[in-house]
Ligand binder design. Structure first.
Ligand code: SF4
Ligand code: SF4
Ligand code: SF4
Length: 586
């Protein structure tokens, strides 16, 4: 251990700890706009400057290792003035159009300017101005608001192993951008939005579709339905002051009705349906010697990743559409017929924790038999919160309401889709009982829960000679490890779940941003607890016991995995190569 003092307070920390982390250990927050523990410790923003007795000049606390006997001062006149000057220099090359900025009142740069008491910017001169990059259906880049903190670069390279963002040029001309300062659509970005989650400013945000949805809601000729993904209910409340992980399902449904949606459905219904189709597909592959391991297909960032980087492994993917696409397809067929509305007059809006789903809904593979896209608009959780605020709804005062039937009934197995390991656990609850014919005693398969990078489990199926070996990965760098093992013939699994985002959908790129990027795992665990509480609270917790799904097969789809189910609920994938222009239809 190293013993030092910070502002006169003694502190002991393990050797190798930075001064910034040592300060945190005694409840002292040193400001920073670039630091992410273990990922981006580069001393770029120069806001964490401190004075150290015996050292000349001020030091960046995020890259300064604590040493024995060190005396650190974080609040001297020299420190305060240096931090102010550095922040004013950043602001002198910044648009400062906070009132019309998406990050207004939720911006780390703005908050820090307030905290450091900046009342004027004493520097003026040339200001960088770059065009907006609106080329992608998912993400808008506004390089004029970029402060070159490089957090997005670190996440894209290290957490997602994609690496399409990098600093280019030098000095004042430096810009963080895709290769050759091109647009995100010209590179193999998977649109996961994890860069948005860590960006401290409005330089990265989702493409906003709220106006288009408001317009659809005002069109009397349209029947507008909405569906909400499992992870929304444990995160939306944060936008209205609730603790992370608080389950706000009832208020969310109420808000959606008050916004004017004609029917409020639950993507969880389609998550249960996915399990019927996916478990059936897995059992089929096991019995017929199909391609194994089979890999889940509900995370569109993950799908885009395998299409770009491992197109030779596409046969491993389940052919199931992602749940919200399934529900969209059913809304424009089964539901349209049931209520006597033409499919072209139905508008499907999906509220998703995900920016990649905005891209997914545009895929030509997901256009139905009437030439209509399954889903018309995808809004992130943040966009829904903005719509609720614009409509003047007092979220906390809304009564609890329930989803509409028939596409709103679901089980606990469906809600756990929102967390890493959830699809696997839900699938195993069903596959176990379908294959063995026995009732699963303890349905909580904790081996696939939690934030470990890659989780593994082996489940014996009684009455058979099968021991199902499964793995779960979240975050694409972890997924890459499993894919390399498959390529090398070293992955001895039957079934793999992969989610593009670390933690799964609960911290997808469209969810409320963290208060502090360095507390991201704590946030994940809180939302995860909400997800498992929601599962526990439901009377039925196995997808194959969902009576509404059973009725759907009896009245409309016919056989599980049958012709109609395939037509509506399954899809195929596209080998894209490393660059989007290299597209081959598989
Ligand atoms: S990014 Fe932050 S500081 Fe910059 S204009 Fe937007 S709200 Fe203001
Ligand atoms: S969306 Fe994902 S893949 Fe694309 S730049 Fe951001 S982090 Fe990288
Ligand atoms: S885009 Fe955002 S996260 Fe990336 S370098 Fe710029 S300010 Fe930082």
């Amino acid at each position: 251990m190293i013993n030092l003092t910070i502002d006169g307070q003694p502190v002991s920390v393990p050797r190798g700890t930075t001064v910034l982390e040592a300060a945190k250990a005694i409840g002292l927050r040193i400001p920073t706009l670039c630091y992410m523990q273990g990922l981006n410790e580069i001393g770029a923003c120069r806001l964490c400057l401190v004075e150290v007795k015996g050292m000349r000049g001020l030091q960046a606390a995020c890259v300064l290792a604590a040493s024995e006997g060190m005396e650190v001062y974080t609040n001297t006149p020299a420190v305060r003035e240096a931090r102010r000057i550095n922040l004013e220099l950043i602001l002198s090359n910044h648009p400062q159009d906070c009132l019309v900025c998406e990050r207004n009142r939720q911006c780390e740069l703005q908050t820090l300017a307030e905290e450091l008491g900046i009342r004027e910017v004493r520097f003026s001169g040339e200001v960088s101005a770059y065009p907006l990059d609106c080329s992608s259906p998912s993400i808008v880049r506004d390089p004029s608001k970029c402060i070159l903190c490089r957090r997005c670069v670190a996440v894209c390279h290290q957490v997602q192993s994609v690496g399409v963002l990098a600093p280019t040029a030098r000095g004042f001309d430096t810009i963080v951008a895709p290769e050759a300062e091109s647009s995100l659509n010209d590179v193999a970005c998977v649109l996961c939005g994890q860069c948005i989650m860590v960006c401290p400013t409005g330089a990265l945000r989702e493409a906003d579709n709220t106006e288009a949805v408001f317009a659809a809601l005002s069109d009397p000729s349209k029947h507008v339905i909405v569906q909400t993904a499992p992870a929304i209910r444990v995160a939306l409340g944060e936008e209205f002051g609730y603790e992370p992980g608080t389950i706000v399902t009832g208020k969310m449904v109420s808000a959606l009705r008050r916004l004017g949606f004609d029917a409020v459905f639950d993507t969880d219904f389609a998550a249960d349906l996915t399990i019927w189709e996916e478990a059936n597909e897995l059992v089929g592959r096991l019995q017929a010697g199909g391609t194994l391991p089979m890999i889940t297909s509900c995370s569109p960032g993950w799908i885009k990743f395998i299409e770009h980087y491992y197109p030779d492994l596409l046969d491993h993917l389940s052919t199931c559409k992602s749940p919200h696409q399934m529900l969209g397809a059913l809304a424009k067929s089964y539901y349209a017929e049931a209520i006597g509305v033409k499919p072209e007059d139905i508008v499907v809006v999906s509220i998703m924790p995900c920016t990649a789903k905005k891209f997914e809904r545009t895929r030509p593979e997901l256009v139905g038999e009437h030439g209509l896209a399954d889903v018309d608009f995808v809004l992130t959780t943040r966009e829904l919160a903005r719509m609720i605020k614009q409509a003047g709804l007092d979220f906390g005062q809304l009564p609890d309401d329930s989803f509409d039937s028939p596409l709103g009934l679901s089980t606990g197995a469906a809600v756990i889709f929102g967390a890493t390991g959830g699809v696997m656990e839900a699938a195993l609850r069903t596959a176990y009982e379908w294959v063995s014919g026995e009732t699963l005693g303890d349905i909580e398969l904790t081996a696939v829960r939690g934030l470990e990078n890659i989780k593994e489990a082996a489940v014996e199926l009684p009455g058979t000679d099968i021991t199902l070996r499964v793995a779960v990965a979240h975050g694409l760098a972890n997924a890459r490890k499993l894919l390399e093992a498959i390529r090398a013939g070293e992955a001895d699994y039957h079934f793999i779940e992969i989610m593009a985002c670390p933690g799964g959908c609960i911290t997808g790129g469209g969810q409320p941003r963290p208060q502090d990027v360095n507390d991201m795992n704590e946030l994940r665990l809180k939302r995860m607890r909400g997800i498992y509480q929601a599962d526990k609270a439901l009377p039925i917790r196995k997808s194959h016991e969902n009576e509404a799904v059973k009725e759907l097969y009896e009245k409309y789809l016919g056989d599980i995995g049958g012709e109609k189910a395939h037509q509506l609920l399954h899809t195929h994938y596209t080998a894209r190569g490393k660059y989007p222009r290299q597209i081959k239809q598989s």
